[in-house]
Design a protein around this ligand. Structure first.
Ligand code: HSE
Length: 311
């Protein structure tokens, strides 16, 4: 029988409010699964996609998983290898939870494993960024890097790429709510101002430094004070129903900080424990229900493992 592998890769919360394109963390659930099987003939094929309501391309050049796997095989000089890929979407698309990133990372982790792990997870980041480029027009790394490495990650620089793993305070939880309205990352990126005032930049990089320090110091108050975004949130929050009411509710219910997950529409809060996270998701879901918006909720500690082999 041909060698086959089944991999899970986690969803991620990019930006962590103040760190547009430079900060992100992974959660245990949701996430996507990929089953990859070696075939005799060369080439990368997508044999099946489930859970996407027919929204994702089966064309191997257009699908982020197959395209990044092809790119990886070219890089390691193994275009003689052939694989078929089944992608099982276990999370909403266009949710701001790193959906394309979870799929791509699962695919890259699977092929690297089938090849005997010639690259480390960190070395897979640039290949996963290619997938993001295909998905939304820009190869940002703040979803793929935490999905590959687990934990909190800082992209200190894109040119050259410099990816730093940060500590996660033990016991910290994420409360995530996805209001079921569609916000494609591509559109949510195009609406952002490309010029910022120096005064705003000063506020922003102060907060990025504060958040990183807070993670090292395990200082929840500092983390919370730093979860402020004066550059992107004021624009993107317009796309999210009752964003400011949700923030007020989350903070009243004990959140350390609250904001948009990635490009939205999901929102998230960081909390000191699981019970607080559950209270927050309940409160936010009730609010959304009162305005007739369906939602999904996820409560998870910060994921430390990144992608894992299943079965
Ligand atoms: N940093 C990216 C953005 C994350 O905010 O557009 C997308 O999930």
């Amino acid at each position: 029988m041909s060698p086959s592998i089944k991999v899970f890769a986690p969803a991620t919360v990019a930006n962590v409010v103040c760190g547009y394109d430079v900060l992100g963390f992974a959660v245990n659930a949701p996430g996507d699964e990929v089953v990859m099987t070696r075939k005799d003939a060369p080439g990368v094929l997508i044999s099946k996609i489930t859970g996407d309501d027919g929204r994702l391309p089966l064309d191997p050049n257009k699908n982020t998983v197959s395209a990044s796997v092809q790119h990886y095989l070219e890089h390691i000089g193994r275009q003689d290898i052939g694989v078929t890929i089944e992608l099982h979407k276990k999370m909403p698309i266009g949710s701001g939870l790193g959906s394309s990133s979870a799929s791509t990372v699962a695919g890259l982790f699977a092929i690297n494993n089938l090849m005997g792990n010639p690259l480390t997870n960190k070395e897979l980041v640039p290949f996963a960024m290619k997938g993001e480029e295909l998905a939304c027009g820009y190869g940002h790394a703040d979803n793929v890097a935490p999905a590959l490495l687990g934990g909190f990650v800082l992209i200190r620089s894109y040119e050259p790429l410099d990816v730093i793993s940060l500590p996660s305070p033990e016991g910290m939880y994420a409360a995530i709510v996805y209001p079921e309205v569609d916000v494609p990352t591509k559109d949510a990126r195009q609406m952002i101002r490309t010029k910022v005032l120096l005064k705003e930049a000063v506020t922003q990089w102060g907060n990025v430094g504060g958040l990183v320090s807070g993670l090292f110091l395990k200082d929840y108050d500092l983390i919370g004070r730093s979860m402020v975004d004066v550059l992107v949130e004021p624009t993107r929050s317009i796309l999210i129903p009752e964003f400011y009411k949700m923030r007020a509710l989350a903070m009243e219910n004990g959140a350390i900080g609250f904001g948009i997950s990635g490009s939205g529409p999901s929102v998230f809060a960081l909390t000191r424990d699981e019970a607080t996270a559950r209270n927050i998701t309940n409160a936010l879901q009730q609010l959304l229900k009162s305005i007739n918006i369906n939602s999904l909720a996820y409560v998870s500690p910060v994921n430390q493992a990144g992608p894992v082999i299943l079965d």
